[in-house]
Design a protein around this ligand. Structure first.
Ligand SMILES: [Zn+2]
Length: 332
């Protein structure tokens, strides 16, 4: 029988910059938008026409092709900070946070729009960065609402600063410097890293790719939790499951089963500890997606090429099209 998996998750996409209807045919059933998108263009301050276009891009495709979507909303950044000056960032996609006193309102704005995660950016090469107190206040405000915080950390010391402030996820495997083993071990105990290895060079060797791969290999070996993610929308990445990202994960020492775990994990969330699901979870609940992979998985665990070839045949479907018995298999 054709294996059925939870819809494969790309945990780092930018829906404003891609056609999401193309994802299903290439295996991706769930996406986490990490900044610059909201369901109806609210938050982003574009013109009415731009909002209508965005809405069309996000919702016009047949529902059978739509990925299950969670999103961060605006990038929380220092005034003038990354990515508010980047050409690719749609107008209004950043929310400046000048001081700890601004943090709660900035988080509330995203939460009220339905955000399931809060995105912060720390990139001193592209503008001012949030100071430690402001970053800590953002993390505290997000935790109050059971929203995990994902950081874009770029430049020397920024990953360590984000970790110290209590950030839950890195939107990118740290790629600016080799992190010491003790830092990796500490991060592996409580962080999730979103891989995004292939954005560094798209198959051509780069220093950032090597640095990120080395950090991710040690993070994985230390027991750290890895999610498949590509930063889809930035640069020439394939829309759908990315063979080079899979190959890079395998090269970091993830087994084929580890790669499947990185693709089928739940959306990032803060354990509710018995409290009711947050409003964001309820409002973004959509018909579930599954991913099916035709053909037989290679039985030889060392046949990584065969595994990758098989995996790349994945397609995503609405769970509702499958017979009930297959879904029971999925959850058993
Ligand atoms: Zn991104």
């Amino acid at each position: 029988m054709t294996p059925v998996f939870p819809g494969f998750l790309d945990a780092h996409v930018h829906l404003a910059l891609i056609d999401p209807a193309r994802l299903a045919g290439a295996g991706i059933g769930r996406v986490l938008d990490l900044g610059g998108w909201a369901p109806d263009g609210r938050l982003l301050g574009g013109t009415a026409d731009e909002q209508a276009a965005e809405q069309a891009a996000g919702t016009a495709a047949p529902s059978g092709l739509q990925p299950e979507t969670r999103f961060a909303g605006q990038f929380l950044t220092a005034p003038g900070g990354y990515p508010s000056r980047q050409a690719w960032a749609p107008p209004g996609s950043s929310c400046p946070v000048a001081s700890p006193g601004d943090a709660a309102a900035a988080v509330a704005r995203q939460a009220d729009a339905g955000a399931a995660v809060i995105k912060v950016t720390l990139n001193p090469m592209a503008g001012p960065v949030l100071n430690a107190d402001t970053l800590a206040a953002i993390v505290a405000a997000a935790q109050e609402r059971l929203l995990p915080v994902a950081a874009h950390a770029e430049g020397p010391g920024q990953a360590a600063a984000a970790f110290r402030a209590g950030v839950n996820l890195f939107a990118h495997t740290p790629f600016s410097q080799r992190l010491p083993d003790d830092a990796i071990t500490a991060m592996a105990a409580r962080m999730t890293w979103i891989s995004t290895l292939d954005i560094h060079g798209w198959g051509q060797p780069t220093a950032a790719f090597s640095t990120a791969s080395d950090n991710l290999a040690r993070f994985h070996a230390a027991g750290g939790r890895v999610l498949y993610g590509t930063d889809l929308g930035n640069g020439p990445l394939p829309v759908g499951l990315n063979r080079r990202e899979i190959e890079a994960l395998l090269a970091c020492g993830l087994s084929p089963d580890d790669v499947l775990a990185a693709l089928t994990a739940d959306f990032p969330h803060v354990p509710a500890g018995g409290r009711a699901a947050s409003a964001a979870e309820a409002s973004t609940a959509a018909p579930g997606r599954v991913t099916v992979i035709p053909g037989d998985r290679p039985t030889d665990p060392n046949d990584l090429t065969g595994f990758t070839d098989w995996l790349l045949g994945a397609r995503s479907l609405p769970a509702s099209v499958l017979p009930r018995t297959e879904l029971e298999d999925l959850t058993s």
